[in-house]
Design a protein around this ligand. Structure first.
Ligand code: ADP
Length: 478
């Protein structure tokens, strides 16, 4: 079985969030199950060193935004098809944003080109490679199933996976021609969303299957509260929608073998986490002598993540003798808010604005708890890393957070199954209540260690979800 995944990010090559982790890890998890999954990505500058090592397998002269060539290369165990189109992808900044933080003004062309190249590959006749299934991820790849369908019936089935329905690829209808999209497909039962083109809606209409990244989020996006305007479309296609929980790469995220930690550990040597905590304190300027729990946040700083509510609860967290280390970047108000909190509570709160993979591992390795107060969370990965590292997740009851963490209520404590703390109300009072519960539990060392050990036992790898994807592909091909 051959599957072509199409995405705008793939760890470890280019990453802004969880999408990259999933696209990077899933092919290796599928390989032992007989699924040969390749990943098609734009050739961003970070990938240029791979281009000379690969083989050019196709040239396109008529993609949206100009021509490009496809270079196939194997790196870190994954076969990549890189769309080398310098006019679209050779530039500084990030995959989506320029150096000032604004969206690239030609993102519609950039990702339509990626999607069209993927659809062409799936129509065969490129290097003898004929994937059995096209698997598109998020809005950046969402036109791939549309172009495939436009090409006619002899094409393989297509899946769209929604990693976050808040991002939809919505553009004015004037871009239809630039994107080589048929105008007679532009109507409410097709590509149109309130007068605009919605790339994600296109995939929801024309893909054969729709998946998202947790069972709870699959239910939530059927409602107006979470569907971001696409809940009606999804309700109409509920028969082909399913939620498959993300896993994590348990080799990359392994506290017993992690070069970013000063001290590795496992469930039997949890005390060694203290050395990583000391390293965090030294690096971020936190007091090393505090006896309360050290909370961390590793996150995009956006309102989705509920961190405005956490900011309001910071004075309470400090009063309760806890500490907080924040690693993230995003909305300026939140960045400044956490920087101010660090100034207001020296030694107790530290803020590192930026993106730092190594520091994210160290924070998982040395913190006691990880706070994830998201207003919505399709799956979430940092709570899974937290489980793996015995860094107790403290999460809002939504999406994949609700599906992966067992709250330390009385029954779960008696049954020794609690793996974290789950709260309902993303607000100052919801957060202060949750922080109180954590501080109290932390003071009871045997209870705390029981929760840590249950967390570390919880399966977070790809095993069962990779099988579910394999079954989905097999079902589609049948
Ligand atoms: P989302 O995809 O919504 O951003 P996820 O929890 O699914 O959230 O995935 C976020 C990923 O990005 C995780 O791997 C997390 O460790 C990583 N991450 C987020 N912010 C940072 C940061 N500032 N530095 C390093 N890694 C980060």
């Amino acid at each position: 079985m051959q599957v072509l995944m199409v995405a705008s990010e793939c760890a470890p090559f280019v990453k802004t969030g969880g999408l990259a982790d999933v696209v990077g890890a899933l092919p290796s998890a599928l390989a032992p199950l007989g699924v040969d999954a390749q990943v098609m990505l734009p050739a961003y500058p970070a990938l240029f060193p791979l281009l000379p090592k690969g083989q050019e397998v196709a040239r396109f002269d008529d993609l949206p935004g100009g021509g490009g060539r496809l270079v196939r290369v194997t790196a870190q165990g994954v076969t990549l098809s890189l769309l080398d189109a310098p006019q679209l992808f050779d530039r500084p900044g990030g995959p989506y944003l320029d150096e000032t933080g604004a969206d690239w003004s030609d993102n519609h062309l950039r990702f339509a080109a990626l999607s069209m190249a993927a659809a062409r590959v799936c129509q065969g006749a490129i290097d003898g490679y004929a994937p059995d299934v096209l698997h598109a991820h998020d809005w950046q790849a969402a036109l791939a199933p549309v172009y495939l369908r436009m090409a006619g019936h002899a094409s393989p089935p297509a899946i769209i996976t929604i990693h976050n329905i808040a991002f939809q690829g919505r553009y004015g209808s004037h871009v239809l021609g630039q994107l080589h999209l048929k105008t007679d497909w532009f109507h409410p039962e097709g590509l149109e969303f309130h007068g605009d083109l919605s790339m994600l809606k296109g995939a929801l209409m024309y893909a054969d299957r729709i998946t998202t990244v947790s069972p709870t989020y699959a239910r939530e996006i059927l409602t107006p509260e979470f569907g971001m305007g696409l809940d009606g479309v999804l309700r109409a296609r509920a028969d082909v929608l399913s939620g498959l929980l993300n896993g994590i790469d348990t080799d990359v995220w392994n506290p017993a073998d992690d070069a970013a930690l000063v001290q590795t550990y496992d469930a039997k040597s949890l005390k060694r986490k203290a050395q990583n905590r000391a390293e965090i304190c030294a690096r971020l300027g936190l007091d090393a002598g505090q006896t309360g729990p050290l909370f961390c946040v590793i996150s995009r700083l956006t309102s989705q993540k509920g961190l405005d509510a956490l900011l309001e609860a910071v004075p309470h967290l400090v009063e309760r003798g806890a500490q907080l280390a924040v690693l993230g970047s995003g909305e300026p108000e939140l960045e400044q808010g956490f920087e101010r909190a660090a100034v207001a509570h020296p030694g107790r709160v530290a803020t590192y604005i930026g993106y730092d993979e190594g520091l994210s591992h160290l924070l998982q390795g040395g913190s006691d708890a990880i706070l994830i107060p998201s207003r919505f969370e399709p799956c979430g990965l940092t709570q899974l890393y937290g489980l793996r590292y015995g860094t107790v997740p403290v999460v809002a009851r939504t999406g994949g957070l609700a599906d992966t963490i067992i709250d330390a209520n009385v029954a779960a404590i008696v049954a020794k199954t609690a793996t974290g703390f789950v709260f309902d109300d993303v607000s100052k009072s919801g957060l202060t209540d949750a922080i109180d519960r954590v501080v109290d539990a932390y003071a009871d060392t045997s209870l705390w260690q029981m929760i840590q050990r249950a967390a570390m036992r919880h399966p977070v790898g790809w095993d069962s979800s990779a099988k579910a994807y394999r079954d989905l592909y097999a079902d589609l091909v049948r």
